[in-house]
Design a protein around this ligand. Structure first.
Ligand code: NCD
Length: 289
């Protein structure tokens, strides 16, 4: 097991499998396994689920939590570098959960950190612990990971998708992409599909919002946002048997009329986040020297 989780590739297939198995054991538990440890959550970009599920996970393991959810109140607003901030936070904590707007920030942090760094989203880069909870949810709902998955939306900028694609491929999943206008996956080895075909043929529809904060061009953003939508009618017209997933937050790309269907699993994903992040914290801290 790696010291840091900056990318899904730090874990590899065996690391992912191991963490999913630890999570299954921790489901619903409250322990003091990490009593005496301090987790620092340093969030330079907005977050609801990721920060609070990491913090809930730490509390459920008996750890203390320090951190910030808005970097405007920290010395980065005075011009402090990420590297200096990370060095300092390592003196106050045993593990750093980092979200940052720069792609590659987690790797930069890990290169100077004395404590394990967990990437909680780095710009349009990766979001490896979201992938763990996505896989955990798929396995819990469908009993296996070698399923057919339709990836829908802003696949160019979605860091959740960038971590999810290689992991699903390791476990034998069959992938198709249904990108929003001009927002294909950066790496071209996943075949394209239409939305209706994906709804009819996939076991999982994984929907993502257009990542507004990554656009310079407001017109391109609006065009992308208007180019797709998953709703009840799409699912019913195409006889879809898929579960519908979304890392959240959703905007208009996923209609609220899906919420009451048994297919809707996005709030289950958010709930599973605590269990999976407990597995991450416990494994990294119990294995770190
Ligand atoms: C995602 C993120 O921050 O990348 N949210 C999350 O962590 N669940 C997805 C998004 O913001 O669209």
């Amino acid at each position: 097991m790696t010291d840091h989780i900056t990318s899904i590739h730090d874990l590899g297939k065996d690391g992912v499998r191991g963490l999913l198995d630890v999570a299954k054991v921790l489901d619903g538990q409250r322990t003091d396994d990490l009593a005496g440890h301090t987790i620092c959550s340093a969030f330079f970009e907005p977050s609801t689920r990721t920060r609070l599920s990491f913090e809930a996970a730490a509390h459920r393991l008996g750890a203390d939590v320090i951190g910030f959810g808005d970097a405007k109140g920290t010395s980065s607003a005075k011009g402090e570098t990420l590297e200096d901030t990370v060095r300092v936070l390592g003196g106050y904590s045993d593990l750093l959960v980092l979200r940052h707007f720069d792609q590659g920030a987690a790797r930069r942090a890990a290169s100077v950190s004395d404590v394990p760094v967990v990437n909680a989203g780095d710009g349009a880069g990766e979001h490896p612990t979201q992938t763990l909870l996505d896989l955990y949810t798929i396995e819990k709902e469908l009993g296996r990971l070698d399923v057919k998955v339709g990836l829908i939306g802003d696949l160019r900028h979605s860091r959740t998708v960038h971590s999810l694609v290689p992991a699903l491929q390791w476990f034998g999943a069959d992938l198709v992409q249904v990108p929003a206008w001009r927002l294909e996956l950066p790496d071209g080895n996943v075949p394209h599909s239409g939305l209706a075909t994906a709804a009819a043929e996939c076991d999982v529809l994984y929907v993502t919002r257009v990542q507004k904060e990554r656009f310079d061009d407001a017109n391109a953003m609006a065009q992308a946002e208007g180019s797709f939508r998953v709703d009840k009618e799409l699912l019913e017209t195409n006889g879809s048997k898929a579960i519908v997933m979304h890392p959240l937050p959703r905007v208009d790309e996923l209609s609220t009329d899906v919420d009451d269907l048994p297919a809707a699993k996005y709030f289950d994903q958010a709930r599973n986040a605590v269990t999976v992040r407990m597995a991450v914290l416990k494994t990294l801290l119990e294995e770190s020297p």
